[in-house]
Design a protein around this ligand. Structure first.
Ligand code: FMN
Length: 189
């Protein structure tokens, strides 16, 4: 049995330095610190606008760094708001920088949308991940409506139902990684 902690890259879909999405990701990092090595990427705002003309040997350093983080992670967990009935443009932009690669092919992924309503962002991110061949079982997807109301003023998530839903979603992601290990996908290239 592989006892090494699994490496999860948690990508916040918000560009704010202190956001609802970040509070949820920090909750996940704290809750699973004994089991997982969690890195929170709260930096999508620094990535340049996607430009296919730079998607070659001229790839910007910040994009190289972002891609490398995805590459070495055992799994990716997105936590994102919904903006104007869609994914935040900055998150879509970050993902566009990966589309010419196979970084997401067979990668275990979890999707958490934390918004007022969030259904369109949820559908959109699910479709994008399926399109770029990530493995995202239904049990690894969570839509948290009224997300701001689930966080206390000091950024703590103390709504018990939400805590249980997050717990189930992250455990589903861990199971997905274990299945990935069995499939041996990491050694396929
Ligand atoms: C410009 C803007 C547009 C928004 N549009 C939507 C929307 O279409 N649907 C929704 O459910 N929430 C919408 N919201 C609310 C955010 O999704 C919600 O407040 C979220 O929790 C903010 O997350 P953040 O703090 O991680 O950025 C919008 C917020 C902003 C700032």
């Amino acid at each position: 049995m592989n006892l090494q902690k699994k490496k999860i890259l948690c990508i916040s879909g918000s560009t704010k330095s202190r956001s609802t999405s970040l509070s949820f990701l920090q909750y996940i990092a704290r809750s699973f610190e004994g089991l997982l090595e969690v890195e929170i990427y709260n930096n999508i705002g620094i990535l340049p606008h996607f430009n296919p003309e730079l998607d070659n040997e001229n790839l910007p350093e910040k994009v190289k760094d972002f891609r490398r983080k995805i590459e070495i992670a055992d799994a990716i967990l997105f936590c994102s708001p919904e903006y104007v009935f869609s994914l935040p443009g900055s998150l879509k932009n970050a993902i566009e920088w990966t589309v010419s690669t196979t970084l997401f092919s067979s990668k275990p992924v979890a999707i958490i949308i934390t918004a007022a309503v969030g259904e369109k962002a949820f559908e959109s991110l699910s479709l994008i991940m399926t399109t770029i061949e990530a493995i995202v079982p239904e049990t690894s997807k969570l839509l948290i409506k009224g997300a701001k109301g689930k966080i206390s003023s000091n950024g703590i998530i103390n709504d018990e139902k939400t805590q249980k839903q997050i717990d189930k979603t992250v455990k589903s992601l861990i199971k997905n990684i274990d299945n990935d290990d069995k499939r041996g996908t990491k050694f396929r290239q």
